[in-house]
Design a binder for this molecule. Structure first.
Ligand SMILES: Nc1ncnc2c1ncn2[C@@H]1O[C@H](COP(=O)(O)OP(=O)(O)OP(=O)(O)O)[C@@H](O)[C@H]1O
Length: 235
């Protein structure tokens, strides 16, 4: 069954300051949405709100089509959509440990898991770094590792917060290929970026935070694709 998160009549304030408000937004499996807004407009806050990490000042976010929430979970939204933070959170330990940590929740057979891990390592070009301590990675390498981890688990809904900011062209290309593959596999993607880039060109819907409103449209701002971007296949 297709899963979705529906946010209705939302307002988000920090104390007296209105950050944004909107009537309804739906984030559905198969959607590829570009979330645009200036620095400080509330992109990360909106994603965290949809992920159930923070609460709106008014309104509701509901999950539809998911397995029933376990009785011991107080927050029924947590875990429905994966939120990938701008500064990737990694576990203490090697790169390899961090990659394999994604696996226990996986539905795949051991052999399929192994293949997927190897494919992720290749796609993110992390082979030479497997034994390195994850905390020693550069910013771009950390982001690549974080996206590779998400790629392995194939979440139904994934939110990527500025996933290629501060990345060199090569890292951007690798991350683009992984995200493009997730798109092909039907993962719902919500991708924030304050400016258009190769990644936003993958999107089919546009959420724009402007003047404290979140406006939805099907018009994606054009990205003048330079020669550096072309989507390499994962296979
Ligand atoms: N817990 C909080 N308490 C008070 N203000 C907050 C809190 N979290 C965020 N803000 C403020 O809300 C505004 C929006 O922050 P947010 O990180 O959502 O913006 P953003 O659009 O993702 O920005 P950027 O593009 O710079 O990452 C900022 O001005 C920020 O300082």
């Amino acid at each position: 069954m297709t899963v979705k998160l529906v946010a209705k009549n939302i307002r988000k304030n920090f104390k007296d300051r209105l950050l944004f408000e909107f009537e309804q937004l739906t984030f559905c499996q198969g959607d590829v949405i570009y979330l645009q807004g200036d620095n400080g407009s509330g992109k990360s806050t909106l994603m965290k709100l949809i992920a159930g990490i923070i609460k709106p000042s008014a309104g509701t976010v509901t999950a539809e089509g998911f397995e029933p929430t376990k009785w011991w979970r107080k927050n029924s939204l947590l875990g429905k959509a994966v939120y990938l933070h701008q500064h990737a959170y990694l576990f203490d330990g090697s790169v390899e440990y961090n990659i394999r940590y994604a696996l226990p929740k996986s539905q795949l057979s051991p052999q399929q898991q192994q293949e997927r891990v190897e494919q992720a390592i290749n796609m993110a070009q992390l082979g030479a770094l497997l034994k390195s301590d994850a905390t020693d990675l550069s910013g771009g390498e950390r982001q690549r590792l974080a996206v590779a981890r998400a790629w392995i688990t194939q979440p139904k809904l994934l939110m990527l917060d500025e996933p290629i900011s501060n990345m060199d062209k090569q890292s951007q290309k690798l991350v683009l290929a992984m995200i493009n593959q997730l798109k092909q596999d039907g993962t719902g993607l919500l991708i924030s970026s304050h400016q258009t880039c190769g990644l936003t060109a993958l999107c089919q819907k546009h959420w724009h935070i402007s003047e404290h409103k979140v406006v939805e449209s099907n018009h994606i701002p054009r990205f003048e694709q330079s020669q550096e971007f072309h989507y390499v296949s994962a296979n």
